[in-house]
Every structure is written in C-alpha cells, then in structure tokens.
Design a protein around this ligand. Structure first.
Ligand code: RP5
Length: 168
C-alpha cells in the first residue's frame, strides 16, 4: 500500500496524542505512514522527507510538535502539499507550540489544529482527500452522521433531568 497521508512527529513522546490521527485514518481506510522526524535534531532528514513526499504519492502531511514547534512549518516551507500542524502540550500547556505552528509568514501556511488536536488533523486530511475520492467521502459522511446522533442522545439524557423550574 502506498501512503496517502504522512503522520510526522518529533519524538515517540508525541505518540500518545498523534496516535489519534492514526486511529481516525485507519477507521476511514486511508493508507498512512508514521515517521519520527525532528526539525531540530534531524533537519537533513526532514528536508529530504519534505522534498520527496509529493512524488511518493503523499497527498497531505500531518505534523505534530511540542515546545519550539518548528517541524510543521519547516515541512511546509519545502513541500507543495497541504501541511496540518498539531501543537502538542509538552510544555506551557501547548501554547508555545500553538503559536509556533500557527504564526507562519504569508505564503507558507500551516493549517493548525487546537492543542493536542491530532484527531481533527486527520479529519481535515480526510476532508481534503474526499474532494476527489467519492468512496472516502461516503465513509466520512456516514461517520459525520453518527456525530449528530450523539447530540440526539445527549438531548434525550438532558430531558431526563428534572428541576422545579426546568421547562423541558
Ligand atoms: C519536540 O520536542 C517534540 O515534538 C517533543 O514534543 C519534544 C520533546 O521530545 P523528547 O525529548 O521527548 O524526545 O520537538
């Protein structure tokens, strides 16, 4: 199988969060790869990965990083592919990484999720891929319809709660 999405992280210490992206891609039957690459510790390997990703058939890159989170931005500076950055809450509750990843200069965007938002990174990657893949779009639509059912159940649960002055 050729990977369509690359999930990149700076360290296996990022795996507990980044695994959520893998879980979602797997559930959507999207072939993906997982690689450890660090903008600061292995800069040459990051550049090589980013230069070759598109020609290897990758269509979107998810990159998670904490602290001085340069990884998504460095990849975006090299590849023509869409890069989705996941700020990780390694330090300062992830606010350092959030700003590092989101505040890219004009022309080199990184689509940035919320802190530790690896699942949403995968959801966004699926939505990008689904534009040109009707079978994937159908799987995504079915999953999304299920999300709505959670709210229907939540309303049923809330209706069980009684107060003297609660009207519904
Ligand atoms: C970041 O440095 C990595 O993404 C990770 O969040 C952090 C620390 O890595 P380890 O020291 O745990 O390997 O670039």
């Amino acid at each position: 199988m050729t990977p369509v999405v690359s999930i990149i992280m700076g360290s296996t210490s990022d795996l507990p969060v980044m695994r959520k992206a893998a879980d979602f891609l797997n559930s959507m039957e999207v072939p993906f790869e997982m690689l450890a690459l660090s903008a600061h510790r292995t800069p040459d390997e990051v550049a090589e990965f980013a230069r070759n990703a598109a020609t290897r058939g990758v269509k979107a890159i998810i990159a998670g990083a904490g602290m001085a989170a340069a990884l998504p931005g460095v990849i975006a500076a090299i590849t023509p592919l869409p890069v989705i950055g996941v700020p990780l809450s390694a330090t300062l509750q992830g606010q350092d990484a959030l700003l590092s990843i989101a505040q890219m200069p004009p022309g080199i965007p990184v689509a940035t999720t919320g802190i530790d938002g690896a699942m949403n990174a995968a959801v966004l990657a699926v939505r990008i891929l689904a534009i040109s893949d009707t079978a994937l779009a159908a799987r995504y639509d079915a999953w999304r319809a299920d999300l709505g059912k959670k709210i229907v159940k939540a309303n049923a649960d809330l209706s069980e709660i009684t107060y003297d002055f609660k009207t519904n």
